[in-house]
Design a protein around this ligand. Structure first.
Ligand SMILES: Nc1ncnc2c1ncn2[C@@H]1O[C@H](COP(=O)(O)OP(=O)(O)OP(=O)(O)O)[C@@H](O)[C@H]1O
Ligand SMILES: [Mg+2]
Length: 358
């Protein structure tokens, strides 16, 4: 799939920006602070309804403006779609083909974009929350019920945690245990099904990108002991959970990691290797999506060339040449390494405006 038109209003330093996009590689170049990342962030919002670099949506709104909006026309294998997303009064409003969407999930389902950016190394070295989100984005796209199960699970988790902090009988806790066990077991099974396929793609990408680290191994921990069912594990944890005041096991504690034959510990990776490993995860996610859905997601590479040597950039370009319809890149200048991956369109970005150079 690819974006044909992207329109941004009041996003960071961008007041109004309309950009026509095509298949292939588009590169946004310009000085620091020009607005390159903000353009990519705008496209990302349509596939995640959150930023990859800001935890609060309000900071995305241009200073002095009352809200922001993003609009895009997307070409897909199953037909074109028009998407709109606006942030006003601390709420998201989504529209698909001009009609209000029932919920954010209905918008996010329509468009897929994967993103590698300067903070992506925290997918390897940061908190498990980032890895769960990464995994759940993929599961959401192939398992129609997943969004619903995950919301039910989160609601039950909040209730159970509230009961854990009050003195009282275990019967209320048991009611929430049952709901958590039901939804949590489904979530974990969906994650496991997906992770096996993701790990297979990851192996292929890493062989091309980081062969110097030896055989990779990816493993998923579902959030409670392998030998136990979730209902039993929750029941047995009542005492400990009461003591700590929260639910200490379940899919909200799941995690996954990658280790290499020649670098078994996470802290043995250099900063560049961490970045490459995260980039491999993003490309594997894109490959997995293409295999499942029959078309590639849009691939975004923010500040692609920074901290990566030419040999590794070239290896990435080789992997990219095989696949995505559209790749959106940003950088101070055009990375030489990408010239091999196909014809390039270059946009110059200045003060939140973009002008097509070639
Ligand atoms: N809410 C906001 N309102 C107005 N301006 C903002 C807001 N948030 C950020 N900015 C400004 O928007 C500009 C765009 O930043 P952006 O990160 O997109 O730049 P960039 O071109 O990617 O730069 P770099 O090369 O340093 O990565 C910056 O000058 C920043 O100070
Ligand atoms: Mg930037």
């Amino acid at each position: 799939m690819h974006l044909r038109e992207l329109r941004l209003r009041d996003l960071r330093n961008i007041a109004t920006l309309d950009v026509a996009l095509e298949r292939g590689i588009s590169i946004f170049i310009g000085a620091n602070g020009a607005g390159k990342t903000s353009i990519l962030e705008g496209a990302y919002l349509l596939s995640h309804a959150e930023s990859f670099r800001a935890s609060r949506a309000e900071v995305l709104i241009r200073r002095g403006a009352g809200g922001l909006s993003v609009y895009a026309e997307v070409e897909r294998r199953i037909g074109p779609v028009r998407l709109g997303l606006a942030r006003r009064d601390s709420r998201w409003e989504a529209a698909v083909n001009g009609a209000p969407a029932a919920n954010l999930g209905a918008l996010l389902r329509e468009f897929a974009l994967v993103c590698f950016e300067p903070g992506s190394h925290s997918l390897i070295s940061g908190s498990s929350l980032l890895r769960r989100r990464f995994l759940d984005w993929s599961v959401f796209h192939v398992e129609p019920d997943y969004w619903l199960q995950a919301r039910r699970y989160q609601r039950a988790l909040r209730q159970r945690n509230a009961w854990l902090r009050q003195p009282g009988a275990d019967s209320e806790l048991e009611a929430w245990d049952a709901e958590l066990a039901l939804t949590g077991t489904m979530m974990a099974a969906a994650r496991e099904r997906h992770f096996a396929n993701f790990a297979e793609e990851l192996q292929g990408v890493l062989a091309g990108l980081l062969p110097e680290l030896g055989e990779p191994r990816a493993s998923l921990h579902r959030g409670w002991p392998e030998a136990q069912d979730l209902a039993g594990a929750l029941r047995r944890a009542h005492g400990r959970d009461r003591q700590r005041g929260h639910t200490t096991l379940g899919p909200h504690r799941a995690d996954w990691n990658i280790s290499f034959a020649l670098a078994p510990g996470r802290d043995e990776l250099s900063r560049g290797q961490e970045k490459l490993c995260a980039l491999a995860c993003v490309l594997a996610q894109a490959r997995w999506y293409a295999r499942e859905q029959g078309e590639w997601p849009v691939v975004v590479l923010d500040d692609f060339a920074s901290e990566l040597d030419i040999a590794h950039q070239t290896a990435v370009a080789r992997l990219l040449a095989e696949g995505p319809d559209q790749i959106l890149v940003s950088g101070i200048e055009v990375p030489e390494s990408l010239r091999a991956a196909g014809p390039l369109r270059v946009f110059h970005v200045e003060h939140g405006m973009a002008r097509c150079l070639v």
